[in-house]
Ligand binder design. Sequence first.
Ligand SMILES: *Cc1c(COP(=O)(O)O)cnc(C)c1O
Length: 434
Amino acid sequence: MTTALPPLPTQEPATDRLRGLACRNCGRSDSTPLAFVCPACFGPLEARYDLDLVAAILDRDAISARPPGIWRYRELLPVVEPPKRGLAVGSTPLVRADRLGDRIGIDQLWIKDDTRNPTLSFKDRAVAVAAARAVELGLEALACASTGNLAGATAAAAAAIGLPAYVFVPADLEPAKIDHALAYGATVAPIEGTYDDVNRLCLELATETGWGFVNVNLRPFYAEGSKTLAFEIAEGLGWRTPDVVVAPIASGALFTKLGRGFDELARIGLIERRPVRFVGGQAAGCGPVADAWGSGSATWSPVRTPDTIVRSLAIGSPADGDGALALARATHGSVESIPDADTAAAIRDVAQLEGIYAETAGGVTVAAAAAARRRGVIRDGDEVVVILSGNGLKTPDARRFRAPEQRGGLGRPGLAAPIRPSFSAVETWLEGRA
Ligand SMILES: *Cc1c(COP(=O)(O)O)cnc(C)c1O
């Protein structure tokens, strides 16, 4: 696979408002084609904007007048122009969740329902921005290393813009997620090993092939897509921030970019700057950031053998883990470690109390909100937004999970044996259930 690198335009999406990419750690700017780490200090590259200029051209009315979707906030996204083709991503509902709030003791609870993006997870946001940039760069294919949801998101985005997709996943991924990516015509490569093994492989493949790996060589653009969750939360609350945001952490990109999204809105004067506490959730069986939080450490240690039903968050070496820890600390939030049995119970709660079916990452997030409430990070009267980042249809076994000490393996099956189509048969069956 040593095809020559196609000639690439410079990585810098230079416009007046966009100042290209710069290292988050040392500040050095970079214009190497498809660079994603700083050549000087190996820190992550991030998009830079002229926020004074954005403030001069963007206001609330301009945004309200635009059609729904993430490109409402185009001036704060790292592309030259909104793409002409692509999926309709974003503008998902922000709904009050009073019944769930009562259950977990939160007075004003909102759910940001990202189970409803085109491929049923928040990954569509990140991929839409990476894909738009791939088109601007003239790349020949989209690719990714996926813990699950990114597979479908990348495959669908590629289909919508007419590029081939190459998706690399751990071979033992949930079948529903592999099937989803195959449906869009992607080439799916099942790789032996953990997500971190897949990711390491893709670092090499990205340099050798020149394909646009959305979360590797397009990562600076991909990561920016998550900010749109912060923009929509603020807009949905009438241009203000909540007291607390609760979000899942895998690589930490979503979590850290929420902080950046609110900060940018304040800097351009669209919202008033008020303190927001950031609460993160990870699975106990793969929670490098939560473990570091628990031990008071400023940096995470890798988890080499993830052991959890929460596959979408099972990243043992999170690229933005330190940033996630720093954000939780600086804002007096927390990072909660959630056992799988609590995740399964939370999936059932949010489905049965609010009618929203979340995947395992959503269970982690709801359980993290409850845990943060118990430890006093969430207080009386707080207004809290919980992000549900993926759809339960992708992890159908998870809601039936029982810990070994509870009953072992999967619990009660979802469906009874078939019933004769007669009134008395149904009557008897209903009595038997009561
Ligand atoms: C990928 C993913 C996340 C978190 O992603 P980050 O790598 O932390 O940005 C959260 N929820 C779901 C459902 C995901 O697929």
